[in-house]
Every structure is written in structure tokens, then in C-alpha cells.
Design a binder for this molecule. Structure first.
Ligand SMILES: Cc1cc2nc3c(=O)[nH]c(=O)nc-3n(C[C@H](O)[C@H](O)[C@H](O)COP(=O)(O)OP(=O)(O)OC[C@H]3O[C@@H](n4cnc5c(N)ncnc54)[C@H](O)[C@@H]3O)c2cc1C
Length: 333
């Protein structure tokens, strides 16, 4: 296997053309596996899934431009390498009141690749592919793809194409998702506007047999507060530990942790058996009322309920933010 890092988007076409020219010669033929940031953890990291012999892993992380931003509509056009952190920095720097479609996979993951994976998050637009309004890229035969509307659109910055998700005729853009039928060079997505207020809830249950009772309550919250509570993540210990605990075998680890290791780590870090995480978005009044009602719903279970707007969390954050950098480095070692 070889790895090629591209630095210009026109190189995508050049590489695909080369692959097609070599395809008929058995000694020269190779297949292409594109990744953006290659952090598809849990689904196979950046390892190609194909069985063919000559695989070229094409890394698109260096194509990291924000091509366009419409501050009135929250439409952003990004290249494959733009990460959650980079989009967050861009929005903050320019005082744009919009949210990053964040996932639990972490700040260094590509927004575009997660969207092509049909990823989800707990911000108000939970289904990330549903926010796509326009895609540009290349099919495997090297032919460029842009929507029919894009070709007809004579407006500045292809504004009509960027706003009209379904374009004209058969909807082809879904073919780029979870398929490897082509390579996406840029994508426009719609960001959710920041709400006046927000709080996250963390419901922690020690008793692992409570799952059956928790699921109907989660469903109730999602149905009763649709549009106010984005989505809810229900995580077991293994999922929780994968986010913050170090694998006991360090970077050498190439295997899933066994149950014994999970139990030990969970005990050490006091990880609950089940954790329910969600966020409430709205005006200050709405968030206050919904938070109280959700608290009553989950009170039916023996659980610990923590809210990110609670005084304890706010004070702890303040203390952590004011600690000298060295003390945090020391505590991570
Ligand atoms: C602890 C943990 C928490 C997670 N939380 C979430 C979560 O909350 N939500 C969620 O959705 N996922 C989650 N994941 C799964 C996964 O890590 C993310 O989906 C992550 O965003 C994918 O990695 P990436 O963005 O680097 O994509 P990549 O690895 O770069 O790509 C993902 C896939 O898309 C294809 N691809 C990438 N770029 C292109 C392109 N330009 N053109 C064509 N095809 C392309 C690749 O071939 C690959 O198959 C989690 C995983 C773990 C371990």
C-alpha cells in the first residue's frame, strides 16, 4: 500500500485519470481509497476496506480551505481537511453565531468526511447528511461532478446551488456517501444558528439492568421536546471509556479491550454502566422549563443527573481555565 497526500484539489482528477489509464494493465493497476482526516475510529480507522493488492491511500487533509461562508443563512463551503476545531475557530474569530456540527469523535475529525459517513451529533441538526446543500467532486472514472443547478446558476458564488439541496432531476449526491464511488472535493452545509441559551444533560446509571427502563424515557424526551432537544446519546462503559481513557497497551494496542480491562478501567475512573447525554437549546425561559421537566422524567430511575449549567460545573470550569498550563500537563501524565 502507498500513501499520497494531495495539496491541491485538481490533483484529485489527475490521480483518478492515472488510475483509469493504468486499470487495464495488471502490473500497473491500482485502486484508490480516499480519506479526509482518517479518524474513522470504530469503523476501521484509515484502513482501506478493499482486498485489492495495489491500494493507494489518498489523504485529503491538506485541502483545508473554507471556500465560502454566508453569514445570513449559515451556509459554509468546506474542503475535506476542515476539522471541527478549525470550523469552530473560524466561526469564533469572525463572530458568526453558528454551531459546529460536532461529534464525539473529537475536534481533529473532518466535517466533510463525517457528513459523507452520514454521521450524527447532538447539536440541533443531528443528521449531518441532511444539512448538505451542494457537493462537488469527481466520479471514479475521473468525470467531474457538480449539480445540474450549479451548471445553470449564474448568480454570484453559485448562490442558488448552495441553497437548494435537492437540485434538479434524480438526486445523485447521496451516491458519494459510504460508497467510494467518487471523491468529494468540496461540500456546502447548513449550520444551525446558536440559540440564546443551552444546557447539556448527563444522566448516569450505575445499575446495568436499567437499560430496559431507560430506553422508553429517552424516546419520550425525544418525542415531547422535538426541536428543543437535538438528539440523545446512550453510551455503555466501553463507549464512554473510548472517549477519555487510555488503552492499557498504549499506542501498540491493535485489539479491542476485553471485558476484564473494561471493568478495571471503569472502576478506576468511576464510569457509570450507562450514560445518557443530550442538549437542550432555546430561549432562557424554554431551556429552564424543559430542563426541569426532563429532570422529573429521569428522576423515575435511580441515577445521577448533572447539567452543564449547574453552579458546580460552571465554577469547576472557571477554576480549570485559570489553572497554569503546567498543572494541567502534570495531571494528564
Ligand atoms: C469514541 C468515538 C466517538 C464517536 N462519535 C461519533 C459521533 O458522535 N458521531 C459520528 O457520526 N461518528 C462518531 N464516531 C465515528 C467516527 O470516528 C467519526 O464518524 C469520524 O468523523 C470519522 O472520521 P473522519 O472524519 O476522519 O473521516 P475519514 O476517516 O477521513 O473518512 C470516513 C469515510 O469517508 C470516506 N471519505 C473521506 N473523505 C472523502 C472524500 N473527500 N470523498 C469521498 N469519500 C471520502 C473514507 O473513504 C471513509 O470511508 C465516533 C468514534 C469513536 C471511537
Amino acid at each position: 500500500m502507498a500513501v499520497i497526500t494531495l495539496t491541491q484539489s485538481y490533483e484529485i482528477k489527475a490521480l483518478l485519470d492515472l488510475a483509469n489509464q493504468c486499470a487495464t494493465d495488471e502490473t500497473l493497476s491500482f485502486s484508490i481509497y480516499p480519506i479526509s482526516t482518517g479518524q474513522n475510529w470504530g469503523y476501521g480507522t484509515s484502513q482501506p476496506t478493499g482486498l485489492s493488492k495495489n491500494i493507494i491511500l489518498v489523504v485529503l487533509a491538506k485541502l483545508a480551505d473554507i471556500k465560502h461562508f454566508d453569514s445570513e443563512l449559515g451556509l459554509v463551503t468546506i474542503e475535506p481537511g476542515i476539522t471541527q476545531q478549525q470550523l469552530s475557530d473560524y466561526l469564533q474569530l469572525n463572530n458568526h453565531d453558528y454551531m459546529v456540527p460536532a461529534t464525539g469523535a473529537g475536534p481533529d475529525c473532518s466535517i466533510l468526511a463525517n457528513t459523507l459517513e452520514r454521521g450524527y451529533g447532538v447539536t440541533p441538526y443531528t443528521d449531518h447528511f441532511s444539512t448538505v446543500t451542494s457537493i462537488q467532486g469527481y466520479w471514479a472514472n475521473g468525470r467531474p461532478y457538480q449539480s445540474a443547478i450549479n451548471e445553470l446558476d449564474t448568480s454570484d458564488d453559485k448562490f442558488v446551488d448552495k441553497t437548494l439541496k435537492w437540485s434538479l432531476g434524480p438526486y445523485l449526491e447521496a451516491l458519494f456517501t459510504q460508497s467510494n464511488l467518487g471523491i468529494v472535493s468540496q461540500m456546502t452545509i447548513r449550520l444551525a444558528k446558536k440559540k440564546a441559551d443551552f444546557t447539556s444533560f448527563f444522566i448516569q446509571m450505575q445499575d446495568e439492568t436499567l437499560l430496559e427502563k431507560a430506553v422508553p424515557l429517552i424516546r419520550q424526551v425525544l418525542q415531547d421536546y422535538e426541536g428543543i432537544v437535538g438528539s440523545i446519546n446512550l453510551m455503555d462503559q466501553r463507549r464512554l471509556l473510548s472517549m477519555f481513557a487510555k488503552h492499557p497497551k498504549g499506542n501498540e494496542a491493535d485489539q479491542v479491550m476485553d471485558n476484564h480491562e473494561i471493568k478495571r478501567l471503569a472502576k478506576e475512573s468511576q464510569a457509570p454502566s450507562w450514560t445518557i447525554v443530550g442538549s437542550i437549546y432555546g430561549s432562557k425561559g424554554v431551556v429552564g422549563v424543559v430542563q426541569k421537566e426532563i429532570d422529573v422524567i429521569f428522576k423515575q430511575l435511580p441515577c445521577k443527573r448533572v447539567y452543564s449549567n449547574s453552579l458546580t460545573i460552571i465554577l469547576t470550569n472557571k477554576i480549570i481555565n485559570n489553572l497554569p498550563d503546567w498543572s494541567l500537563i502534570k495531571s494528564r501524565l
